[in-house]
Every structure is written in structure tokens, then in C-alpha cells.
Write a protein that binds this ligand. Structure first.
Ligand SMILES: CC(=O)SCCNC(=O)CCNC(=O)[C@H](O)C(C)(C)COP(=O)(O)OP(=O)(O)OC[C@H]1O[C@@H](n2cnc3c(N)ncnc32)[C@H](O)[C@@H]1OP(=O)(O)O
Length: 431
């Protein structure tokens, strides 16, 4: 298929090393690494990455130069652009797991940028996903300025926290269960089990791709180079002795003052497990500071600490971006804590979600119908509807930001109540 600038677009399933098609997969993986300025991956890591892509059920798209290329540059077998998708569930509140179409590995080679390749890839892909019945698409972005034009809105945020430990660290509340240090290797099989429990009770959570269990187990370091020998782990066991949380962490070295431990991953299936794991981190000897880049924007730790100023946080940043592909399917797939009704006028530059809809919630279950002749309560872009979807952003905040237009006084507050979820929304899956 020709694409802007006379390129050829190929969609394919990844192959494992030794299987037919592996060469194409290998070049595609190398192109993604180049697009994100990663270190060149050794062959064995490319093979493991390919195997993880197969496990995820990914579909890969490459954009290729069809004709001869200048001598000495990458050959025509190396894609100038990459794009991948796979399906996972999104926790949309009150335990409702909604199938989500995940977009990832979007790169366009520098010398081929700003010719419309991304626009073509994204608009075609979203249309295919909608035709295939996916109610919602999701991504995590390298820059916050790219994806709103395609109808994506920020649904959850994360922030980097620095927590003073030693004598300043004291929880004002008791914890329960038990935390024990463990070999990270156990997480190769245990991390997905614990994550699944956490995923089911955390609005905004996206189920994880295969790579996560390898990094949790210390088998892939962050550069993807090999074993992560700095990694340590601890497990939380609930009162029945069942593991329901884990943390992986790495010491930053004696030369860093104050001595700092970096949390790499912290997954907890209950608020008790979350605080108990923090209590464990706070009690590590010889350490005066814990840092974590993926902490929830709305963090119970800040409220559980005796000295709340022991926690310092940077400004929250966008984390999960969602894109409503089918308004009735998406809104009916989630669950609601209160009943109510709203007429929403959805504006969508790509047309997919555009229209006027009546959302009626009874006993927590939504019914959505077209409301073409009715007066809307709220006028909003598809991106803002996506932002409201897992309750991670308040509708009144979006109204005050000028992003939602309230046609009926009080409608933004009504929407905020309707879309509220049972726990703070947070996504721990970067993809
Ligand atoms: C989900 C993920 O994988 S996030 C990772 C995204 N990838 C990266 O950050 C890697 C480095 N960057 C790149 O590879 C490329 O610059 C991309 C993929 C971001 C953009 O690809 P391009 O083919 O140049 O984009 P394209 O020409 O289709 O532009 C589409 C629109 O997005 C805009 N745009 C593209 N990149 C950016 C950007 N970084 N910031 C703001 N706007 C952007 C363009 O101006 C254009 O706007 P318009 O259609 O409204 O006029």
C-alpha cells in the first residue's frame, strides 16, 4: 500500500528467532531502538524482544522505502517508520475490565519526519480498531504534544516522589500482613499473578505486556542489555499468607548523598499491601532517601505519613492516554457508583466518536442512546471524554480549564460524580 511520500506499508505478526519472517521482525526491532535513541541491542536481546512480542500478540507495522536507497544508508529492508498494536484490558472502574487497543513503538526516522507518516498510520489504525469492535484505544506518550490531535486525552497521571527515610519516616497508621525480602527471580512467574490481582482492583490500570515479568525478575536491565544485577525485591503477604504485593528496587551507590534507593516497580493489590511495602522501604538501613518515578498522582502515602513533608513530589505528568472509538460501547462497558443522566455532545476531529448521546445510569449500569434532537448538558471533545473515562480527572477541573463547555449549570459536577471511581485511578503499565 502506498503512503504519503510513496512509501510502502507492511503489517505483519512478529516471528521468533529461527522462524520464517524473523529477519523482518529483527530489522523492525532495531528500527524502534534507533527511533528512541536506545543503545544498539545485542542479537540475543533482539531475539528475546521478538519472543516477548509474540507472547503479547502484537501486530507490527513497518513503513518501507520501495525504491533504491542512497549507497551506505540503511537498506530498504529497514523500516523508516514503526507502529505496533496489541490488546489488553483496561480497568474502567468498579472492576469492569474493558478491552483496549494499545498503540506503541511509534517511530519515524528523522529524515522522513513531518511528511504525514504518523498521521496516516494513526488514522488508519484507529479506524481498523473501531471496525474490529474495540471500544477504546490507549497509549503512553513520549511527548504530551503529539496525540491530542488524534482524539487522545490524558486519563491518569504519575509523579516522581522523593521520600526521606530514617528517623523522619514513620507511618501514622498500622500496616498488616508481612513483608519479606526475596530473590527477584521469583517474580518471573509471581509478578504477573500479583499484578493481575492489583489490576482487577485499580481503576486506570492496563494489563501488562510480557516484558514486565522479565524486568521484575532482573533478567533484562533497563537498557535491555542483560541481567540487572543491582535489582533487589521484597514481597508482601496478606494476612492469609498469600502474596499480594511486591517491590523491586536498586541502590544508587555509596557516592550518592544522601544514600538513595530507587524503586523500580511497586505493585500492590490492596492499600494495606501498598503501605506495608512503603513501611519496608522506609526501614531499610543505611538509606536516607527513596525515589520513585511512577508514584500515583493521588498518593495515600502522603496522608499515611506522620510527617507528610517527608514526601516531596514533582508535578504530576500525563501517563495513560485514552481514545474513545465507540461512545456507546465504551460508556456501557464501564460501571458507575451513582445513578444519573447526561446528554453529551461529543466533538471529534476524526469523526469516530462525534455525535450527541444520552448517557443514563441505573443501578450502576449505563445505557447510551443517540440524542440528536436533545439539548446537551455538556459539549466536549472526544479527548476530554477519554480523560473522564476512568475518573482520573475531575470534570469541574476540565470545565475551569475551558476544555468542557457546560450548557446546563451543574452538569460538570454531575459528570464528575457519575464518572467517579472507587479508588484513585492509576496506571502502572508503560507501553
Ligand atoms: C505511543 C508512542 O509510541 S509515543 C512515541 C512517539 N515517538 C517518538 O517520540 C520518537 C521520536 N519522534 C518520532 O519518531 C516522530 O517525530 C513522530 C512519530 C513523533 C511524528 O512522526 P511524523 O511522521 O513526523 O508525524 P506527522 O508528519 O504525521 O505529523 C502529524 C501531526 O503531528 C504533529 N507532530 C508530529 N510530531 C510532533 C511532536 N513531536 N510534537 C508536536 N507535534 C507533532 C505534526 O506537526 C502534524 O500535525 P498536523 O497534522 O496537525 O499538521
Amino acid at each position: 500500500m502506498a503512503i504519503a511520500g510513496d512509501y510502502e506499508l507492511r503489517r505483519f505478526r512478529p516471528s521468533r528467532q529461527g522462524e520464517e519472517g524473523y529477519g523482518q521482525t529483527r530489522e523492525w526491532i532495531r528500527a524502534v531502538g534507533a527511533g528512541f535513541y536506545e543503545k544498539r541491542r545485542p542479537e540475543d536481546l533482539i531475539a528475546r524482544t521478538a519472543a516477548a512480542f509474540v507472547a503479547d500478540g502484537r501486530e507490527l507495522t513497518g513503513v518501507y522505502q520501495p525504491g533504491p536507497v542512497p549507497v551506505g544508508t540503511f537498506g530498504p529492508e529497514v523500516p523508516v517508520a514503526t507502529f505496533a498494536t496489541f490488546r489488553k484490558t483496561l480497568n474502567a472502574g468498579y472492576g469492569a475490565l474493558v478491552p483496549a487497543h494499545l498503540v506503541t513503538a511509534v517511530t519515524v526516522r528523522t529524515s522522513h519526519r513531518r511528511r504525514g507518516i504518523l498521521r496516516r498510520l494513526m488514522t488508519e489504525d484507529l479506524a481498523r480498531a473501531k471496525a474490529d469492535g474495540a471500544p477504546i484505544a490507549a497509549l503512553t506518550a513520549s511527548e504530551a504534544s503529539i496525540y491530542r490531535r488524534f482524539g487522545f486525552g490524558v486519563a491518569t497521571a504519575e509523579r516522581r516522589v522523593t521520600v526521606a527515610t530514617g528517623p523522619r519516616f514513620k507511618l501514622a497508621v498500622p500496616t498488616d500482613g508481612r513483608v519479606e525480602a526475596a530473590d527477584p527471580g521469583v517474580l518471573l512467574n509471581l509478578a504477573p499473578v500479583v499484578f493481575e490481582r492489583a489490576h482487577r482492583v485499580t481503576p486506570g490500570s492496563i494489563d501488562r505486556q510480557d516484558r514486565y515479568r522479565h524486568t521484575a525478575a532482573g533478567l533484562w536491565d533497563r537498557d535491555g542489555g542483560g541481567e540487572d544485577r543491582a535489582l533487589r525485591a521484597a514481597l508482601h503477604f496478606d494476612v492469609d499468607g498469600v502474596p499480594d504485593g511486591y517491590v523491586t528496587y536498586a541502590f544508587q551507590g555509596w557516592e550518592h548523598e544522601p544514600h538513595t534507593m530507587e524503586v523500580r516497580d511497586l505493585v500492590a493489590a490492596s492499600p494495606e499491601a501498598y503501605l506495608a511495602l512503603w513501611d519496608f522501604l522506609g526501614s531499610l538501613d543505611l538509606v536516607r532517601r527513596i525515589v520513585w518515578s511512577e508514584a500515583p498522582a493521588d498518593d495515600p502515602l502522603a496522608w499515611a505519613l506522620d510527617d507528610a513533608r517527608a514526601l516531596r513530589a514533582e508535578a504530576a505528568q500525563d501517563m495513560l492516554w485514552l481514545r474513545i472509538l465507540d461512545v456507546p460501547a465504551a460508556l456501557e462497558a464501564r460501571r458507575y457508583g451513582v445513578d444519573g443522566a447526561l446528554v453529551l455532545d461529543v466533538v471529534d476531529g476524526l469523526g469516530m466518536a462525534a455525535g450527541r448521546y444520552r448517557l443514563t445510569v441505573a443501578e450502576g449500569v449505563a445505557n447510551v442512546s443517540r440524542a440528536d434532537g436533545e439539548t446537551p448538558d455538556l459539549v466536549l471533545d472526544a479527548a476530554e471524554l477519554a480523560s473522564l473515562f476512568v475518573g482520573g480527572v475531575r470534570a469541574t477541573t476540565l470545565r475551569e480549564a475551558g476544555r468542557i463547555s457546560e450548557e446546563n449549570p451543574g452538569a460538570a459536577l454531575a459528570a464528575e460524580r457519575l464518572f467517579a471511581v472507587e479508588r484513585p485511578a492509576h496506571c502502572l503499565t508503560h507501553f
